[in-house]
Design a protein around this ligand. Structure first.
Ligand SMILES: [Zn+2]
Length: 384
């Protein structure tokens, strides 16, 4: 992958290329950033930059991106360069199996090609994990040590990209020695989302590179260029995806209008139409599946935040999509600022429980009742 194919992150790309040129990269770096920010893409672009023949020839005079043409670039692009190794969580192919990452290398190449902004859930589903837990196994650690101790094939540098070191259990301690004193010209690039889940022994041996969430403008531009969205729609979707390009793509699968009418139905059921309509609505939403339920809550969350902003800015809140402004204004009529903030807390809480497999029907029933109390009774006491 070229740096120019990574969405946004302009400053970070230039910094990484600069560090690589000047030989200032530590031999073990940890790219840490939230989902959908592009950590994996950045790591792949950095690999290609380090391995590109033209960049190497140009030395300090090289530009900020790999050439994309030379044989090394071409191999890096297809993830078939013999000096770039990949480790990622995998599952046993059959019971008792001790899987290593290369067992899934074909699937991995396909996944990176199709979903460079996918998360570990997407990856594990794509290899048929269903409810199985992925792992970076102790066999995999042995393979890494073996591969990095071999002489490099084509490039002076050997690189190991480990995606999601959070999935490395205590067996990861096998890698400490090689991370601390790697064979010459060896680079570890770890790409992670959650710092607290990484073995502290590994964490302390890496140079931290923070990957910030994308800015809305970059998400919008990505959507225009890659998904062919018109600028208005791209801006709208970007504004509700929290700098997470994966989330933006998910939002696309479900048109924003649908969320709006689903939300309208819900509020009507709660405030006007009564229990039968509520039961029907809860049935519909409980069939959507976890990912969509989370997206729906996120959309509601976004509208509430917009409503609060409109309330606070008194007409100076800047451009907003028309349908969104209308809806937000209506939210301001049915609930005051404190109530809206109370609802935001409820939505956060609900998303947390959905993530942890709560029963959707019970959850949305309870949520409907609480919303009713907050809005209709205008009482904040009830939610505590
Ligand atoms: Zn090249």
């Amino acid at each position: 992958m070229l740096f120019k194919d990574v969405i946004g992150q302009t400053a970070l790309k230039a910094r990484l290329a600069g560090m690589a040129r000047a030989g200032r990269l530590s031999h073990a770096i940890l790219m840490l950033g939230p989902e959908g920010a592009g950590g994996l893409s950045l790591a792949l672009a950095l690999c290609q930059y380090l391995i590109c023949d033209r960049v190497r020839e140009a030395g300090e005079q090289a530009g900020d991106d790999a050439c994309g043409q030379c044989p090394s670039c071409q191999r890096a692009q297809k993830l078939i360069h013999p000096d770039i190794h990949y480790s990622y969580p995998v599952i046993p192919k059959k019971a008792g199996d001790k899987p290593v990452s290369t067992d899934y290398i074909t699937e991995w190449r396909e996944f990176v090609r199709q979903y460079p902004y996918g998360n570990v859930y997407d990856w594990l589903q794509s290899i048929g994990a269903e409810n199985k837990q992925g792992n970076i196994t102790s066999q995999e650690c042995a393979e890494i040590i073996h591969a990095l101790n071999l002489k490099s094939f084509e490039s002076p540098t050997k690189i190991l990209v480990m995606w999601m070191p959070e999935y490395l259990g205590n067996e990861g301690n096998k890698l400490l020695k090689i991370i601390e004193e790697p064979p010459a010209n060896t680079l570890f690039i770890l790409v992670a989302v959650q710092e607290s889940l990484i073995l502290p022994t590994i964490l302390s041996r890496t140079q931290l590179v923070k990957v910030p969430p994308l800015i809305d403008e970059d998400v919008a531009q990505g959507l225009e260029q890659r998904a062919g969205l018109d600028p208005g729609k791209a801006r709208l979707v970007a504004s509700i995806s929290d700098g997470d390009y994966r989330e933006a793509l998910l939002q696309l699968q479900h048109a924003d209008d649908d969320w709006q009418s689903l939300l309208r139905e819900w509020l009507n059921a709660i405030l006007k139409n009564g229990p039968v309509a509520q039961v029907k609505w809860v049935d519909t939403v409980s069939r959507l599946g976890r990912e969509k339920q989370k997206q729906f809550l996120r959309y509601f969350n976004h509208l509430l935040e917009t409503a609060i902003r409109i309330g606070a800015m008194e007409g100076k809140e800047g451009p907003l999509p028309e349908s969104e402004r209308d809806f937000a204004l209506r939210l301001n009529k049915i609930a005051g600022r404190e109530q809206q903030e109370a609802i935001l807390e409820l939505l956060d809480d609900a998303a947390y429980h959905i993530e942890r497999n709560a029963n959707a029907k019970m959850l949305f029933h309870a949520l409907s009742l609480k919303l009713y109390h907050i809005i209709a009774n205008k009482s904040l006491i009830l939610i505590n």
